[in-house]
Design a protein around this ligand. Structure first.
Ligand SMILES: *[C@@H]1O[C@H](CO)[C@@H](O)[C@H](O)[C@H]1NC(C)=O
Ligand SMILES: *[C@@H]1O[C@H](CO)[C@@H](O)[C@H](O)[C@H]1NC(C)=O
Ligand SMILES: *[C@@H]1O[C@H](CO)[C@@H](O)[C@H](O)[C@H]1NC(C)=O
Length: 594
């Protein structure tokens, strides 16, 4: 009514002025931006943990029931070549949150550790990294994270919360600062890095021996050192001993905890009710912020082991405990979508669904599969090169703005979500650093047919294992593998007997010449092209090699967050409710009263 009516009555001079303005606007194409500024959609991002692309009905599974996610795809755009920046939680999520490869923030393996191991470690997403939540917060959004974080907690003291979600642009946090692991379940075999444990024990022994030798030498008068120095060394031994000791029975208490904002509210957490409280929290966040605009990142604990599933879903799927857990996850997603709809927010919200990386093939109990299914794609979680580790579901829905039922086969990255939501929220991506993601808006709206990514680089830890070339003109899709993991002789494209495949050392094969696949005709990467039979072989390898070199030049050294010194458990950093080391509590509190 208002503005339009006024324009109608405007004086001729004003009308000319408006027409001029409109022309200038059109020429500069700034009006569109203004318009989207004036209306900011809510953003709902849902990320599953360890879900395989082949687990969903809308990606071809005809026996697992995922009707809610399938409906989301029907009402929105489905990406078939959506790629995680890394095949493991910590680096993939760091890249997702920042729109940058994990090596740029130091969140990728440096000496063997590929993910954070403890809430009480000092590594995590550095404070000078900018998440999409931070930018949207500055654009007036209320931002919330519900679920898993796995990006670190503290730097130097318990409670400094330097890596905490609230220090990274989230106004509200409810969930696990760490991740679900089998150790969280008292009845399941522990999975936390046995190598760390062995190393800690070795250091403890060596240091204890050293201290004892020094003490003996001092008492017999062979050397003269101060007692203060001896005491210092002895306390260091104690510390290592404590860390080693803590890695056993205490994993559950130290790592499996729930926080609301800065407070630990369950230690150890109650697994049985985790799904229902997360859901309650997500719905309550939507209710509290229905006037918008809000950004809600629901980072599901499903479908990571130990696959805690409620009675309602146990034994209901055709695929055992794993299938039950996937169907429960789909139900959770459905409930969240219902909440949006009930509050009339469906058309005002961009909803996104993905998984942090491919399904976990090595997660087995005997021969019962406890990890996901990556469809026709080779490999899985932990493998940065093979498609199965990185090709994940990607669904975006915004009724009335994005076409319903559209399927896009172009290569896109999880890192693209960063510039996409920043643009929709009216913000600007940081100009002082490399951003690897590209806005998906033109592709989603159909303004362009082609993905902005001509090349994508696929990492395993800090090692580049493969690269993808989507030729701009011909549209051909090539994939080059420089390094691949050595699979278990039992085959099936997995590293049984390990938790995941390694990225370097004896467990990998370096290829010279590299393996080349035509991904469009061979998506399962089953038939490497022969140099003799493929006339373009040499030219493609040369062009991709050139792109890799150019990409490498954009790397600059940053402090690593996953070095041993940052990974080890430090008692003074351990989040704790009560008096350390007797941390224990179970307060539920009212969701959303903060
Ligand atoms: C559906 O998912 C289950 C569980 O991951 C898997 O075992 C099965 O092979 C999948 N079916 C299809 C047709 O992809
Ligand atoms: C939401 O958008 C769809 C698709 O454009 C439209 O059919 C529907 O009427 C809209 N609903 C509301 C409540 O505006
Ligand atoms: C963050 O700080 C580290 C250490 O000083 C530096 O190497 C890195 O480049 C900084 N990152 C950004 C994005 O400014």
């Amino acid at each position: 009514m208002g503005p339009a009516a006024q324009t109608g009555r405007a004086a001729p001079a004003a009308r000319v002025f408006l027409a001029l303005l409109l022309t200038v606007c059109l020429l500069l194409r700034t009006c569109e931006l203004k318009a989207s500024n004036a209306f900011k959609p809510n953003i709902l991002l849902i990320m599953a943990d360890d879900l395989g692309i082949g687990d969903l009905g809308c990606y071809g599974n005809d026996t697992l029931r995922t009707p809610n996610i399938d409906r989301l795809a029907e009402e929105g755009v489905r990406l078939t070549q959506h790629l995680a920046a890394a095949p493991l939680c910590t680096p993939s999520r760091a890249a997702f949150l920042t729109g940058r490869h994990a090596f740029r923030s130091g969140m990728d393996a440096s000496d063997g550790y590929r993910a954070l191991q403890w809430n009480g470690g000092s590594g995590g997403l550095p404070e000078n990294e900018t998440t999409f939540a931070r930018i949207l917060q500055q654009q007036g959004y209320t931002t919330g994270l519900i679920g898993k974080w796995h990006q670190g907690v503290n730097c130097a003291s318990r409670g400094d919360h330097c890596h905490h979600p609230l220090n990274h642009g989230f106004d509200y946090f409810y969930g696990m600062p760490f991740t679900l692991v089998s150790d969280c379940h008292p009845d399941r075999p522990p999975e936390l890095d046995a190598a760390v444990r062995a190393r800690l024990w070795r250091y403890t022994q060596i240091m204890a021996l050293g201290v004892l030798t020094v003490m003996a030498s001092k008492m017999t008068g062979l050397i003269s050192v101060s007692w203060k120095a001896v005491l210092g060394a002895a306390s260091l031994v104690l510390l290592f001993f404590a860390a080693w000791y803590a890695s056993f029975g205490f994993v559950r208490r130290w790592n499996c905890i729930l926080m609301r904002n800065h407070d630990v509210i369950q230690q150890p957490m109650v697994l049985e009710t985790a799904a229902s409280v997360m859901l309650k929290e997500a719905i309550s966040f939507i209710e509290r912020n229905k006037r918008g605009p809000f950004l809600l990142f629901v980072s599901l604990l499903h479908v990571h082991t130990p696959l805690v599933t409620t009675k309602k879903f146990l034994g209901k799927s055709q695929h055992g405990l794993y299938g039950d857990n996937v169907e429960e996850m789909d139900w959770l997603v459905g409930e969240i979508l219902n909440a949006l709809e009930e509050h009339g927010l469906k058309n005002r919200t961009l909803t996104y669904f993905t998984s942090d990386h491919g399904g976990h093939l090595e997660a087995r109990d005997g021969h019962v599969q406890l990890g996901g299914w990556n469809g026709m794609y080779r490999g899985g979680k932990g493998m940065g090169g093979w498609e199965g580790g990185i090709r994940v579901p990607g669904i975006l829905r915004w009724p009335g703005v994005l076409p319903a039922g559209r399927v896009i086969h172009e290569p896109t990255s999880l890192m693209d979500v960063f510039p996409t939501v920043v643009q929709l929220g009216g913000g600007q991506v940081p100009q002082d650093r490399v951003i690897d993601g590209r806005s998906l808006v033109p592709l989603l709206q159909g303004d362009t047919e082609r993905s902005p990514h001509e090349f994508l680089f696929h990492y395993c830890g800090e090692y580049l294992h493969a690269a993808r070339w989507h030729e701009k003109d011909s549209g051909r899709l090539w994939k080059v593998h420089y390094t691949t993991p050595r699979f278990h002789p039992e085959g099936a494209g997995a590293c049984y007997g390990r938790s995941v495949c390694p990225c370097s050392g004896d467990g990998v094969t370096h290829h010279d010449p590299p393996l080349l696949f035509d991904l469009a005709s061979d998506p399962s990467e089953a038939r490497p092209l022969c140099p003799g039979a493929e006339p373009l072989h040499r030219a493609v390898l040369a062009r991709v090699g050139e792109a890799v070199r150019a990409h490498r030049r954009t790397r600059s050294p940053v402090p690593t967050q996953l070095a041993l010194g940052h990974i080890v458990w430090k008692p003074w950093l351990q989040p704790c409710c009560g008096t350390f080391p007797f941390c224990s509590c179970s307060r539920d509190g009212d969701p959303g009263e903060t």
